[in-house]
Ligand binder design. Structure first.
Ligand code: EZ4
Ligand code: CO
Length: 404
């Protein structure tokens, strides 16, 4: 079998998604997600100008060799643009291989290690009463685990607290410049334990509660927060510090038993070396889409497993249904699966990407269609063209740019 066509398709069914579609001489097609939120066109250029021409004529079954060819062959390694482009190729080739075998991808990854995949959803509110309503709404949708984020008194716009559309999905930030949010770490550290206390008081001790600090704390602040949240038994504290400084997590770890989750902005296993070998975290959170695909994420899972660390693949709205499906096949197959983030997609995105995966009773399943189980309606995609959008930026009260 040979690849005869490789095309990049950008569509905006409510938010932008970048998809690679490969076609073989046997008429099989494969899809890969290359969406890099707020920097989509950089990946489009990388794929269309530098990668797609190299794919023509290759045997799509040679996934490992193609991965190494693109990773080592570029000389310029790592980084989100490069690794999103390589991820799209890797996932598209896995899709082709599994379709050729007539099997859902998870069967090629060793088969199912479980019957279903526990997901967590997002609940957010500008204040505690609004958050409690949002948690209740997620429970009504079937979720059995919830990430809780709230506004902080005195701040106007905080990460994770969304404006929402009529269908409840988040409004993407489609304006000429990034929205500016504001931040005060001391106010946040004072506020959050009371939020957890209120949610526990309302929903009891059993509901898994997660929280994302979105890289905003210093190590000693993160240590304090982890310790202050311990009475409420969080499932995890996510991205407490900017974790490219891996050694910083040693200090956090010394002070708290709150489980730590890290990795949605990581691109390679090298970003995790210290974190995994010193067991400084409990969950690896990288996305198939930003980590070079299924091939390296499988290797990361196995490395993490040797240190009793579990997987928790990033699953926000800005990973397309193609990237979501790839995650679900891994989730079903790997032994050390922990939990899957599932923010869901707008109904329109679901129509642009018809998919076999399902969500019911708080659990996901990739389905049993051959391949990834996701298709792309190209006519509908074309009817919703790319729209420039940025992620927000974050400033402290005195105007200093802070981590978002
Ligand atoms: O901010 O995917 O855990 N989820 C997250 C996400 C990220 C977005 C960035 O594009 O932190 O909401
Ligand atoms: Co996060």
């Amino acid at each position: 079998m040979k690849i005869v066509d490789a095309r990049v398709i950008v569509t905006c069914p409510g938010r932008n998604f970048v998809t690679l579609k490969v076609t073989t001489d046997e008429g099989l097609t494969g899809l890969g997600d290359a969406t890099l939120n707020g920097r989509e066109q950089a990946v489009v250029g990388y794929l269309a100008e530098h990668v797609a021409p190299l794919l023509i004529g290759l045997d799509p079954h040679r996934i490992e060799d193609t991965w190494q060819y693109l990773y080592r062959g570029a000389y310029w390694r790592r980084g989100p643009v490069t690794m999103a482009a390589i991820a799209a190729v890797d996932v598209a080739l896995w899709d082709v291989k599994a379709k050729a075998a007539g099997l859902p991808l998870y069967q090629l990854l060793g088969g199912a290690s479980r019957e279903r995949i526990r997901a967590y959803g997002h609940a957010d509110g500008r204040d505690v009463p609004e958050l409690l309503d949002a948690v209740r709404a997620r429970l009504d949708q079937g979720y059995r685990a919830v990430r809780i984020q709230t506004g902080v008194p005195g701040l106007k716009a905080v990460y994770g607290v969304h404006d929402t559309t009529a269908d409840g999905s988040a409004v993407p930030h489609q304006q000429a410049r990034p929205l500016v949010e504001d931040w005060d770490t001391d106010a946040y550290l004072r506020h959050l334990p009371g939020v957890f206390e209120a949610v526990r008081a309302e929903f009891g001790p059993e509901l898994p509660l997660l929280h994302d600090a979105h890289h905003r704390l210093t190590p000693i602040q993160a240590a304090r927060l982890g310790r202050d949240l311990e009475p409420y038994r969080p499932f995890w504290l996510e991205d407490c510090t900017p974790a490219e400084n891996q050694e910083a997590l040693r200090l956090v770890r010394r002070h708290t038993t709150t489980p730590l989750a890290v990795g949605e902005v990581f691109n390679t296993v090298h970003d995790y070396q210290t974190l995994i070998t010193e067991q400084l975290i409990d969950y690896v959170r990288s996305a198939v889409t930003h980590f070079g695909g299924v091939t390296p994420l499988r290797k990361l899972s196995d490395f993490a497993a040797q240190h009793q660390i579990k997987t928790a693949i990033h699953g926000p709205e800005d990973i397309s249904p193609v990237g979501t499906a790839a995650a679900l096949h891994l989730d079903l197959a790997v032994h050390n699966f922990g939990i899957q983030e599932y923010a869901g997609h707008s109904p329109l995105a679901g129509e642009v990407f018809p998919h076999a995966y399902t969500f019911a009773d708080g659990h996901l399943h990739p389905g049993d269609a051959p391949g990834l189980g996701v298709e792309l309606d190209e006519a509908l995609a074309a009817a919703h063209p790319y729209r420039p959008a940025y992620l927000p930026v974050n400033r402290l009260r005195d105007g200093t740019v802070h981590d978002w």
